[in-house]
Design a protein around this ligand. Structure first.
Ligand code: AQP
Length: 325
């Protein structure tokens, strides 16, 4: 199978990015052709500091490697370094109905979040994402729940293109995990954990043990006492149970038994230890990669060459089908 996925280098990556998306990538790369992109052109659709972008790109590359993405097996590259992404996005824009873009949940949420930064790029974000995916003739896209609507949109565009210009693209499926597809914010468990939210709402993959412990101990929970999984009545504690379960392999039912009769404090303390231990290799590898910028750049250069070969072939086919010379 051909797999494509990406992450915006818009800040430090968090447990949601890892548990919802990246954890799937590691398993998939052993048996599939995987392309993992650092989608910087998407990152600039929301407020950002130009002086920090390169650091975020290299940090995201370091996280990919620290998480276990093997650059010998998978293609790792930066979106803006393969110009075919922007080129195909423009061509797909010409067959995209405006109404489809305006109804996208992410557009509505981000426009609300950044009222003075509502740009055309934010509106056409799903078209660029469709181009990212379709360029590689992708079968499946492992993502978190929030991206499901964009994959549906990609299928719609692929179908429309094929009907209009002849069979060219596969209609890709989304791969969304049953558990972990939507890790919630620690400070407001009604919202998903997001990089651009306040730092104490997120557990970042490179957080120090002290920060992790502080954030978990102050995570919002309901007024009850029992450690019980119930996403409607106990959102906060259920979110923490999901994280505990995904990091240890224990079921939430087992965890309920283990913490029966103990309060939230004991449970959070134990979870903090689990998270600190789980993320220890990330911190170690980050320190290692921090001094190896040229190594990261070399990985990205090699990825760029490999991605370009596939992207250029698709673009040639697309242009010919659309009647361009
Ligand atoms: N909270 C989450 N739970 C599970 N999966 C998540 N993903 C994001 N948040 C969660 C998945 O991570 C991948 C990369 O996401 P992204 O960085 O490209 O964009 P995003 O979804 O907009 O992530 P953030 O953290 O919310 O970033 P900002 O704040 O910059 O917008 C995707 O597969 C996503 O589903």
């Amino acid at each position: 199978m051909k797999i494509f996925s990406g992450i915006r280098p818009s800040g430090n990556l968090h447990l949601g990015n890892y548990l919802g998306a990246m954890q799937q990538w590691i398993k998939l790369q052993n048996e599939n052709d995987c392309v993992f992109c650092i989608v910087d052109l998407h990152a600039i659709t929301t407020p950002y500091k130009p002086g920090e972008l390169k650091k975020h790109i290299l940090d995201t590359t370091a996280v990919y490697l620290a998480a276990g993405i093997n650059p010998e097996k998978s293609v790792i590259f930066v979106q803006s370094q393969v110009k075919e992404h922007s080129e195909l996005a423009w061509l797909l824009e010409t067959i995209t109905p405006m109404g489809e873009l305006k109804r996208m949940t992410q557009f509505k949420e981000k426009s609300e979040q950044h009222k003075d930064y509502v740009n055309a790029g934010l509106l056409s974000y799903p078209v660029l994402m469709a181009a990212d995916i379709l360029l590689y003739k992708t079968d499946s896209v492992p993502v978190g729940k929030d991206q499901e609507q964009h994959i549906e949109f990609t299928r719609m565009i692929a179908k429309k293109f094929n009907q209009k210009f002849g069979d060219t693209f596969k209609e890709p499926a989304s791969m969304i995990l049953k558990e972990g597809a939507k890790i919630m914010s620690l400070t407001n468990p009604k919202k998903k954990m997001s990089k651009s939210d306040e730092p104490k709402s997120c557990i970042f993959l490179f957080d120090t043990p002290a920060d992790i412990t502080k954030k978990i101990m102050s995570a919002e929970t309901d007024s009850g006492k029992e450690v019980i999984y119930n996403v409607t009545k106990k959102r906060g504690i259920s979110n923490l149970l999901t994280i505990y379960s995904l990091l240890t392999g224990k079921t939430t039912a087992d965890l309920e038994k283990e913490f029966k009769g103990k309060g939230y404090g004991d449970f959070k303390k134990s979870l903090a230890e689990v998270v600190v231990q789980y993320l220890e290799p990330f911190r170690r590898k980050q320190q290692e990669f921090a001094t190896r910028e040229s190594y990261l750049e070399e990985i990205l250069k090699q990825g760029q060459s490999r991605a370009q070969i596939i992207a250029q072939a698709t673009m040639q086919e697309v242009k010919q089908k659309m009647g361009l010379i």
